[in-house]
Design a protein around this ligand. Sequence first.
Ligand SMILES: Cc1cc2nc3c(=O)[nH]c(=O)nc-3n(C[C@H](O)[C@H](O)[C@H](O)COP(=O)(O)O)c2cc1C
Length: 345
Amino acid sequence: MQARFMTLPDIRRAAKQILPTSVWNFGAGGAETETTLRRNRRALQRLAIRQHVLVDVRHVDLTTTFLGMTLPMPIAIAPMGGLVLFHPQGDCEMVRGAGPTGTLAVVSGVTGWPVEEVAKEASGPLLFQLYHFGPRSWVQELLARVEASGYRGVCLTVDVQVYGRRERDLRQRFDPRAAMGNLAPNPRPPDPTYPARLTWDDVAWLREQLRVPFGLKGIMTAEDARRAVDAGVQIVWVSNHGGRQLDHAQATIDVLPEIVEAVDGRAEIVIDGGFSRGTDVIKALALGAKLVALGRTILWGLAAAGAAGVHRTLELLREEMTTTLALCGQTSVRHLTPDLIRRVD
Ligand SMILES: Cc1cc2nc3c(=O)[nH]c(=O)nc-3n(C[C@H](O)[C@H](O)[C@H](O)COP(=O)(O)O)c2cc1C
């Protein structure tokens, strides 16, 4: 594997070559004009890292803590549905690839496999991403299974009130749900339109149901972040769904500082959206995120070479983060401060 993929772009290229165009577009694309999708990347590119020299950087520490766990790296695998389109073993293969590095994997609420089966394949820690795709009784039953299977926490995704208009798919008449068909064993959820009615009352109810930590994924304003921590949420996940939902939203890295201020240490902050390099990750950590989740970057590893491709992607990210820290004179991801970052237009 190492000889085949020496850089992350090699892996992306291999995935693009292997995948049918419709599946590549489903993965790579965003909503409508794809302004949010592009903005996530552009906002990261506008940030520069300041370098400090003549620091002993023989030992660079990537370990961090999250919800009381010690993690070997400050990154996580973002939840992605439809993984069976990218690899026949989908979610199971993804967590197999994450295991050897101990990377936290977040299993999608529309995983094609029963939560128990995915958990059995994982040797590293897991979180579960919940879609409230049915009445409360359905959610209760699902969460009981999630907790019994050893997931360390649950995040409710709140930015899919309705499904975004993904024009690449529409144009090609590609329906991912139909394409998944019977490829994976999980039955379809009872009511995919249910999330449109969710409110803060549901957040309070969900928190009461769970013994494991609970979070919200899809927070993009300081007001909502404050409301979330006031409701007792332990994870505030800054996300615009990788540009797949609301078009013309802000870039996640641009809203991070105001959310860090609003949360004020009362919850763990996760961010995703356009992170594809070790340098990107270091920028978000310096600006106050605890963990950076990556979606597509790791998806391409799965598509290119299954679990081995996921593993290789994570290794390359580790190498990039380690090199970046050494070159900017930092010895630990836990001591980064916003002063490391400058905006350059
Ligand atoms: C193919 C695909 C499927 C996704 N499915 C889900 C999902 O089931 N639940 C969810 O909360 N987010 C889902 N997301 C959004 C990711 O969790 C994450 O927010 C986003 O991909 C991060 O941006 P990045 O891909 O640029 O790293 C999906 C993203 C992709 C690319």
